[in-house]
Design a protein around this ligand. Structure first.
Ligand SMILES: Cc1ncc(COP(=O)(O)O)c(C=O)c1O
Length: 438
């Protein structure tokens, strides 16, 4: 058979968005000794092989305590399961205990990571070619990628140094409406955002909920870094949501078990019957879509995560105290070493700056040169240090002179050595771009 013409395949396959991570992975594999500030992976040290078996056993015991027979337990592990998932009650309880979010289990769908939840929500909400999804810019690629696969148009709303400004959301909504388009929802990461590291203040959260109500849009809240961040967290949008404006996404990838690929969505929005069927919740519709995507989230990984939650007494908070402290300390160390390598006078001279997130895995750095794939390749080859170009995260262009730096995966010694390499790279690139200007 002759080669399939790419032009005959779905346009997403030619979209650079779907290639960006491949480039990073390829550079990383060519330079295995480089220190990488690129991956947003949790630290390996918090996982132990034997614990998986303990999680599974605990879940089985839980089912027995609840009255399941040995046959029912066997089938719960071996058989196909309900599309909406089997640990909805456990998730509802942990949301209440950890976050004060009080929602019925029936409003929860267990998904294959938060990633599948994004796909289901975007599919369900975007009904017409005029429907658009607003996203903060820079933005997590998982949501823009999901929208791309579904041919949904994404409208970037520029994020400010202190997070998404509700007034900017209003401007974006009004501009789209003036063009005859219908903004349906806004995707936002209110806490320790990926990639920028910024957190929205409480007043900004209230104002955003108000904008959603007044302009009749939904807020898709994604907040995987709260429980792995130190100190008190600002309440989630879902906690503050009295009008069911917020669809809340969750994942166990940063807390209990990244490889299990278990996440969830809370969608307690009522859906009326219309011509198409009975009234219910948006979650019911999401489960219906899921039944045609992954059928059900694998029962075994459900059990692994369920057992993990039970091990924390039904909540994730206590389980994550140590990781939250660890990640907080990594971020603090990163900032301390950056300050030492590039003190204020030196960075002013170079034109470099960075923000100071109080938690999460990422910080954003602005630089005086093009931080593109070519610069990344030079950084890997000549300085042995990797980072992520911020431009990857800007769906409408932008971020060409900025980097995302991740602190989650590295040891203290690697952070110390990595910042030294990074400072040398930045100094060399700044000189190089100054020379190019002459
Ligand atoms: C903003 C955001 N959402 C979700 C996820 C995780 O999604 P998943 O549960 O599919 O691993 C990540 C992880 O990188 C993330 O940064």
């Amino acid at each position: 058979m002759s080669a399939l013409p790419r032009s005959g395949l779905h346009a997403s396959l030619s979209d650079p968005l779907l290639d960006t991570m491949n480039f990073l992975n390829e550079v990383a594999s060519r330079h295995p000794r480089a220190i990488s500030f690129a991956p947003g992976r949790p630290h390996d040290g918090f996982f132990a092989t034997e614990e998986i078996f303990a999680h599974l056993r605990r879940y089985v015991e839980h089912l027995a305590d609840e009255g399941s027979t040995p046959e029912q337990i066997r089938n719960a592990l071996y058989q196909y399961g309900p599309a909406a998932g089997k640990i909805r009650e456990l998730i509802a309880r942990s949301l209440l205990l950890d976050e004060g979010i009080d929602v019925p289990a029936a409003s929860i769908v267990v998904t294959v990571g938060a990633q599948e939840a994004m796909l289901l929500v975007v599919r369900a909400l975007m009904a017409d070619p005029a429907d658009v999804l607003l996203v903060s810019s820079p933005c997590y690629m998982g949501i823009t990628g999901a929208a791309r696969l579904l041919d949904v148009d994404v409208v970037p709303v520029p994020e400010r140094p202190d997070g998404l400004a509700p007034a900017d959301v209003v401007d974006a909504v009004e501009a789209q409406v003036a063009r005859g388009r219908r903004p349906r929802a806004l995707y936002v990461i209110p806490d320790h955002a990926n990639p920028s590291g910024v957190t929205m203040s409480l007043p900004a959260r209230y104002a955003l909920l108000d904008v959603a109500e007044r302009h009749d849009i939904l807020l898709i809240e994604d907040s995987p870094y709260r429980l792995v961040s130190p100190g008190e967290q600002v309440p989630t949008l879902k906690r503050l949501d009295t009008g069911r404006r917020v669809v809340h996404l969750g994942t166990f990838a940063k807390t209990i078990f990244p490889g299990a690929r278990v996440g969830y969505v809370v969608a307690d929005q009522p859906v009326d019957g219309g011509d198409a069927g009975a009234a219910g919740l948006l979650a019911d519709g999401l489960a219906k879509i899921k039944s045609m995507v992954t059928v059900n989230t694998p029962t075994l990984t459900h059990a692994g995560v369920g057992g993990g939650v039970l091990g924390g007494g039904g909540r994730l908070g206590a389980l994550n105290e140590r990781p939250a402290e660890y990640y907080g300390e990594s971020m603090r160390l990163m900032l301390e070493h950056l300050d030492r390598r590039l003190p204020p006078a030196r960075r002013a001279e170079l034109g470099v700056d960075w923000n100071r997130p109080g938690g999460g895995f990422f910080l954003a750095m602005s630089v005086p040169f093009l931080a593109d794939n070519a610069a990344l390749a030079r950084s890997a080859e000549q300085f042995g240090v990797l980072w992520t170009p911020m431009s990857y995260f800007h769906p409408g262009g932008g971020g060409e002179r900025a980097l995302r730096l991740s602190t989650s995966y590295l040891t203290a010694a690697e952070i110390e050595e990595g910042t030294e390499r990074l400072a040398r790279f930045i100094t060399a690139e700044a000189a190089r771009s100054a020379e190019l200007l002459v």
